[in-house]
Design a binder for this molecule. Structure first.
Ligand SMILES: NC(=O)c1ccc[n+]([C@@H]2O[C@H](COP(=O)([O-])OP(=O)(O)OC[C@H]3O[C@@H](n4cnc5c(N)ncnc54)[C@H](O)[C@@H]3O)[C@@H](O)[C@H]2O)c1
Length: 384
């Protein structure tokens, strides 16, 4: 019997807690025919005082503690939006309480945590997903269609980058994302997990990686106002080999002057290519080598496809399909896909915990490679 009235408890109410609350609350605007309703039954952001202060402007119910939220019998789903260090313990408690779980990326602080959580999720029979929201941007969905239709031919190379400028100011105090004790890994975890997910989602499994980490500013003011030695990478340069035979690079940096939220993908095959930029998310560029190049170039060249807000049904009702896509749209899609899976009892489709764990495994190998300067093979069978 499907659950038609999904009740969600949100853990953590910073940037992502708000993004998720926005997505849950606004689903009926974006999806014209929803076969379920979804509501926020409680929010917990560390202390009761902090929770109260954070949720009051939104009129959301405050939970007195993480445990009371997780063990609330009225709640079906625990949505984890806390800093990375807290994911593991909260997921274990939520699964023990029989809840479905949505968890922000990266799934674990370590490869081992990711693997254990993926195993627990598989045994639980609950719907467990990691938030890799960029998969749900219409242009990325169109890219996946084109690749699956074989329009790129055999994929040979990819170049992906996720660039921010947020670590460039040496006077900016370190936050939890610069503290490896809380984040587990620096920009590789924060931005790299998204990029690795997109490459796997579009092109298939990663077979081997080589990595190089960079800290641009070794000393900052810490979270407590005292001197702080930066201990998490501020940029990471990753080369990867894919099972399909493609080779490519992923550049992940918060040391990039001129960047805002610059996620770019460039994937090239034997028959065609795609290019995507998150700063222009309404468009997917597609190159089709089958287009005539005569006369005088014919129609050959990159086409800028207007994917804009043309989300597949039952989406697309609001905002107008002509409206440009924002980053938040990916979160709305991600939330819808997760809740729909809970509603249908679909424990298989992703982004699964197993996929999250694989990304933990790749990132761990990337760090090992960065330390030892050696290429690390992850899938022996592809590298023969
Ligand atoms: N998918 C994306 O686009 C995206 C973007 C940014 C961050 N994230 C991920 O989202 C998660 C949260 O990041 P953020 O940027 O929202 O962080 P944030 O610092 O803005 O907010 C964290 C929140 O968690 C609360 N918190 C801290 N410890 C807690 C605890 N023990 N119990 C309950 N609440 C606690 C804080 O009070 C705060 O409300 C991280 O895992 C991060 O990697 C994802």
């Amino acid at each position: 019997m499907p659950n038609n009235a999904l009740k969600i408890g949100i853990l953590g109410f910073g940037a992502m807690g708000k993004a998720h609350a926005y997505a849950i609350t606004n689903l009926p605007y974006f999806y014209s025919t929803l076969p379920f309703s979804a509501s926020i039954a409680g929010v917990c952001a560390s202390t009761p005082e902090r929770t109260q202060a954070r949720v009051a402007p939104f009129g959301l119910p405050a939970a007195s503690s993480e445990d009371s939220l997780i063990n609330d019998p009225n709640i079906d789903i625990i949505d984890i939006c806390t800093p990375n260090r807290f994911h593991y313990a909260s997921i274990k408690k939520a699964l023990a309480a029989g809840k479905h779980v949505l968890c922000e990326k990266p799934l674990g602080m370590t490869e081992q945590e990711g693997a254990e959580l993926a195993e627990l999720a598989a045994k639980s029979g609950r719907v467990c997903r990691v938030v890799f929201n960029n998969r749900f941007i219409p242009a990325i969905m169109r890219a996946k269609q084109l690749i699956e239709e074989g329009r790129l031919g055999r994929i040979l190379s990819f170049h992906a980058a996720y660039l921010h400028n947020s670590c460039l100011d040496p006077a900016k105090p370190a936050g939890w994302k610069q503290n490896a004790d809380i984040c587990g890994g620096g920009v590789l975890y924060d931005l790299g997990s998204h990029v690795i997910d997109l490459i796997i989602h579009l092109c298939g499994p990663v077979s081997a990686v080589s990595g190089m980490a960079q800290i641009g500013f070794t000393e900052r003011t810490g979270m407590n106002g005292e001197n702080w030695q930066t201990n998490a990478d501020e940029a990471f340069y990753l080369m990867a080999e894919l099972a399909c035979g493609a080779h490519g690079t992923m550049t992940l940096s918060k040391l990039s002057i001129g960047a805002n939220d610059d996620l770019t993908l460039d994937i090239r095959g034997t028959q065609g290519a795609i290019r995507f930029s998150l700063m222009e998310p309404s468009f997917l560029e597609f190159y089709d080598a089958a287009s005539p190049d005569q006369p005088i170039g014919g129609l050959r060249g990159f086409t800028r496809i207007e994917c804009v807000g043309r989300t597949p049904a039952p989406g697309g009702a609001f905002p107008s399909p002509k409206a440009p896509v924002g980053w938040l749209r990916g979160h709305i899609g991600s939330m819808y896909a997760f809740l729909d899976a809970v509603h249908r009892g679909d424990t298989q489709s992703g982004p699964t915990f197993a996929q999250g764990a694989e990304i933990n495994r790749i990132m761990a190998a990337a760090y090992r490679s960065a330390e030892c300067g050696q290429r690390i093979v992850l899938r022996e069978e592809d590298c023969l």
